[in-house]
Design a protein around this ligand. Structure first.
Ligand SMILES: [Zn+2]
Length: 466
């Protein structure tokens, strides 16, 4: 009798296993066991959570036991003892400028641009320079947990190729500016280059090509309008610096009798496809206009402090309903690195000291700016910015094993004020692991570092510094 009962039990167990296996969906990757900071609409935080990934997207997020019940995968990443977050979004930068890092600091933005950086660019920037600068930037950004960035520079087609090779997601703006640029010498050339660039990358899973009129102080009304019209023909976003210095505001008031934001609106540039970097000099009327037009703003605290440009009224913009993301700005003259985790920390502290109020901008708000609000600011909130079914599998695992990481009472406070870029351990973009246990998998890091040192020497020589 006892033997019969045993046989029946084994048979039942086998049937249960077969039924379970048949009801389980085969997927490509499970990230399991960590504390998942989802940044979804309810801002759910799931302890001992699991994320199921199929192809480049997330199919489910929930308690690990539920995920394991419904999904099976040959590949599993153990996230126990770690925070799992949506990848950070660097909403404004100029990545090839990594190779000018630290070239000339401690000067005004106007002097830095016209006396130093524009001449240095004229002498050194070519397609090869842009490729190596982008590779260096990709290594640095992945190491700080950045999975998506928005860029404005020259030879942006080469930036696109290198970003894609590194496995990064990017919105890449080819610069329009009213003087001969390192790649295109006239507005006609800029238009034709950018149209080709837009056509080439349409429908790419990682790269979004865009025109980037530099600013109202370097572009005529015609250049601004032509760049915007081109963007709209191809349903591409428009990247632009907006209200980033006092002189820009004063000149706009003098020339157009209105603020930079009002001027851009008056010529038809503002719209739900615009990604506006800085937005420092924006009064209540401008803030209302930015919200009404669904413009995304990107706050760059390091850059604004380093250049003493001013302080963007981030809390006011958020209250007015504007999507505000975070950016590093270029890694030369205005930061000088691409560490977005540092910007998270500084955004909160800069807002607090400016308002002399420690409640001005809290940890949760600045983590939102680096993730879901950053996605809204670059108009990609349907694809990225949170960990939930249907979104791209862009995520980071952050170690909690360093002295600066323990104990942990509040995940948002830990991310904003305690954790460092060096705590980022594993990075996944579109389901592809691009860094595992601190090792970059898509970039030959030693070769990139060596080449960057060589460029340092040749840039110094070109400027007669050696
Ligand atoms: Zn910039």
């Amino acid at each position: 009798m006892r033997n019969l009962a045993r046989v029946i039990l084994i048979a039942l167990f086998t049937v249960a296993c077969v039924v379970l296996a048949q009801s389980q969906q085969k997927i490509d990757l499970i990230i399991g066991g960590g504390t998942i900071v989802t940044m979804d609409a309810s801002r759910a935080i799931i302890k001992d959570g699991g994320i199921a990934v199929l192809g480049d997207s997330i199919v489910a997020v929930g308690p690990l036991k539920d995920i394991e019940q419904h999904y099976t995968s040959a590949q599993m990443i153990d996230a126990r003892g770690r925070l799992v977050l949506p990848g950070f979004i660097n909403g404004h930068t100029h990545v090839p400028m990594t190779l000018f890092r630290g070239l000339h600091d401690d000067v005004t933005l106007n002097d830095w641009l016209y006396k130093y950086i524009f001449p240095a660019e004229a002498k050194n920037v070519n397609e090869e320079f842009v490729r190596w600068g982008t590779r260096l930037a990709a290594a640095e950004q992945i190491r700080s947990g950045v999975t998506t960035f928005a860029d404005m520079y020259y030879f942006e087609d080469a930036v696109a190729e290198e970003s894609k090779a590194a496995g990064m997601r990017a919105v890449l703006g080819e610069t329009f500016i009213d003087f001969p640029a390192p790649d295109n010498k006239s507005e006609a050339e800029m238009l034709s280059y950018t149209e080709k660039f837009l056509k080439r990358w349409q429908g790419d899973p990682l790269i979004e090509a865009a025109p980037a009129p530099h600013s109202i102080y370097t572009c005529s009304k015609k250049t601004l309008q032509d760049a915007a019209a081109l963007a709209r023909r191809y349903h591409a976003p428009i990247l632009i610096h907006v209200a980033e210095m006092k002189k820009e505001w004063d000149d706009s008031e003098k020339e157009h009798a209105m603020s930079p934001v009002a001027y851009l609106n008056s010529i038809g540039v503002l719209g739900p496809d615009v990604i506006a970097a800085h937005c420092i000099f924006v009064d209540a009327a401008d803030q209302k206009l930015l919200a009404e037009k669904d413009v995304g703003c990107v706050h760059n605290p390091s850059s604004n402090m380093m250049l003493a440009s001013g302080v963007s009224p981030v809390a006011d913009l958020r209250s007015a309903g504007v999507a505000v993301g975070l950016g590093t700005d270029g890694p030369a003259g205005s930061n000088n690195d691409l560490d977005l985790m540092e910007e998270i920390d500084l955004a909160a502290k800069l807002a607090k000291i400016t308002k002399m109020n420690p409640l001005a901008l809290n940890a949760k708000a600045v983590v939102e700016m680096a993730t879901i609000d950053g996605a809204r600011a670059i108009h990609m909130e349907k694809e990225i910015g949170s960990l939930e079914a249907g979104k791209k599998a862009d995520l980071v695992l952050i170690s909690l094993d360093e002295p600066n990481a323990v104990p942990m009472y509040d995940a948002y406070a830990q991310i904003a004020y305690s954790l460092k870029a060096s705590d980022v351990e594993t990075v996944i973009i579109g389901g592809r692991v691009v860094m595992r246990d601190h090792k970059l998998l898509t970039i030959d890091e030693p070769a990139v570092l060596e080449k960057a040192r060589d460029y340092g020497e040749s840039v110094e020589k070109s400027l007669g510094m050696k």
